[in-house]
Design a protein around this ligand. Structure first.
Ligand code: GCO
Length: 488
């Protein structure tokens, strides 16, 4: 069948996050964030890597934007480091920090690259963590709003697309449940409480946005993975419904409709870990509707009926073990560290039909079509793919090129499925590949690379950080030139 063409003005982009690229962690008045502190704790990140220098984008943003322009990029998604704007999280503005982003935005616009600005990509100021435990205190709601309003006021005429929170599902789980991200906590009750407060902060900031930037669009970027049933056994199908609710609707229903889904809420109540909802909370949540949904897509998840009522079959045991042997990002339950409220709802297994990356992430291009279709049917909002990409080991050849055909294949397969989703009728504003340059993988250091542009850090002098466009850079350039219609 013939596929619809990508619409005119489709935003072909690439993405990044402040801590993963900027470096300059203490320059020009910037205060420390929770990541500046956390990466210094021995044993927390791969070989103790941190973002002190990262890829030094703070000092080389002009060079990076020039590479974006040469590639023909239509959009660039980046995040603002809260502690550059407000070094202690609140109070006086640090003008130098604001100026950095103003210069970056102006530079992008000089080349007609649409900025997509993320307010929060995981780096709350350490001062707020110290003062009142950051996202665990309701005080943060006003402080976040204050920070957001500074950016709205300053950039409302320059930036149209805004992302409020990046992957709230990921940073709350890893930070408060699995002790894998700051603030390094393993307490499921505290996770659900913090998550609720973040929902309130998100709603308040979205309302401020609609007041101050009436012509812009704002939405969260959610780390969405469609949940599949292992097979057609009805108990497994039911488990997949539970999984979809627990992993996805738990956040998305709140963003869009201001309501927590019931099956999960009841489970949490039974275990005494449901968030405390105060008078006025639901009204606030319901008053703030996003203008679009940002979708970060890497992979989905496969489940079977819960192990408590339905013991594993022999054939399933291997798939379960296989699932548990993967990356900490997949959040395998560590029972001794935390209760698992989802235990009665579903059990995770590996999908026997899918290959995995070197980091154990399933590769599932059709999943992105399923994702976009499910999200459109449930939430009826325009969407933007705000992340999608392949983390891999890349190697410099003797000619100093990077032949990353595996990345080209990965992106191509996903983009073809996106085009099918468009043909199905999905409304999509753009596609931001993750990432533009190589960057710091939060826990995996600099060996796990995602970029179109290689950063050479194998040289003696770490500060060289030469930028070398990969084969995928030239491929994406061509793709953009043909507005996505030439995928080979
Ligand atoms: C990593 C991750 C990140 C995320 C991104 C989420 O390896 O650290 O893949 O790069 O994709 O930060 O928004």
């Amino acid at each position: 069948d013939k596929l619809d063409k990508f619409p005119e003005g489709f935003l072909w982009g690439a993405a990044s996050a402040a801590y993963q690229i900027e470096g300059g962690w203490d320059v020009d008045g910037k205060g420390p964030s929770i990541w500046d502190q956390f990466t210094k704790i021995p044993g927390k990140t791969f070989q103790g890597t941190n973002g002190d220098i990262a890829v030094d984008h703070y000092h080389r943003y002009k060079e990076d934007v020039r590479l974006m322009a040469e590639m023909g990029l239509k959009a660039y998604r980046f995040s603002v480091a809260w502690s550059r704007i407000l070094p202690s999280g609140k109070g006086e503005v640090n003008e130098k920090g604001l100026l950095f982003y103003e210069n970056l935005i102006d530079e992008l616009k000089r080349y007609d690259i649409e900025p997509v600005l993320t307010l929060y990509h995981w780096d709350i100021p350490q001062a707020l963590q110290d003062e009142y435990q950051g996202w665990e205190s309701r005080e943060v709601i006003d402080d976040f709003d204050h920070y957001a309003r500074i950016l709205f006021e300053r950039f409302k005429d320059k930036v149209k697309y805004w992302v409020s929170f990046n992957e709230q599902n990921v940073f709350t789980a890893l930070g408060y449940r699995w002790e894998a991200h700051p603030p390094n906590i393993a307490d499921v009750k505290r996770m659900f409480e913090a998550n609720h407060i973040i929902n309130l902060a998100n709603a308040k900031a979205i309302n401020s946005f609609h007041e101050l930037v009436p012509n812009g669009m704002i939405g969260p970027s959610f780390g969405y993975g469609p949940m599949y049933s292992l097979d057609c056994e009805p108990n497994n199908v039911l488990a997949a419904l539970n999984g979809e609710e627990f992993q996805n609707h738990w956040w998305l229903d709140v963003y869009v409709n201001g309501k927590y889904p019931k099956v999960t809420f009841k489970q949490l109540e039974k275990l005494g870990v449901a968030p405390s909802i105060k008078d006025g909370d639901l009204e606030l949540l319901q008053s703030a509707k996003p203008d679009f949904l940002g979708v970060n897509y890497y992979h989905g998840g496969t489940v079977r009926a819960n192990e408590i009522e339905f013991p594993l079959q022999e054939s399933e045991a291997d798939l379960e073990k296989d699932f548990q042997a993967t990356d900490p990002y997949l959040m395998q339950p560590k029972e001794e560290q935390a209760q698992s409220p989802e235990k009665r709802m579903f059990a995770n297994v590996s999908n026997p039909h899918l290959e995995k990356t070197k980091w154990g992430w399933e590769i599932d291009p059709i999943g992105i079509r399923i994702a976009l279709r499910r999200l459109q049917n449930r939430y009826h909002l325009p969407m933007m793919v705000t992340e999608n990409g392949l983390g891999a080991y890349d190697h410099l050849t003797e000619q100093r090129t990077i032949e990353d055909d595996y990345r080209i294949n990965y992106l191509k397969e996903h983009i073809v499925e996106i085009q099918k989703a468009l043909t199905d009728g999905v409304e999509l504003l753009g596609y931001c590949a993750w990432s533009f340059t190589d960057l710091l993988s939060w826990l995996n250091g600099y060996q796990k690379r995602y970029g179109f542009v290689y950063i050479d850090r194998d040289e003696q002098d770490e500060k060289e950080l030469e930028r070398i466009p990969k084969k995928s850079y030239y491929w994406y350039k061509k793709l953009i030139e043909t507005n996505g219609n030439l995928v080979d």
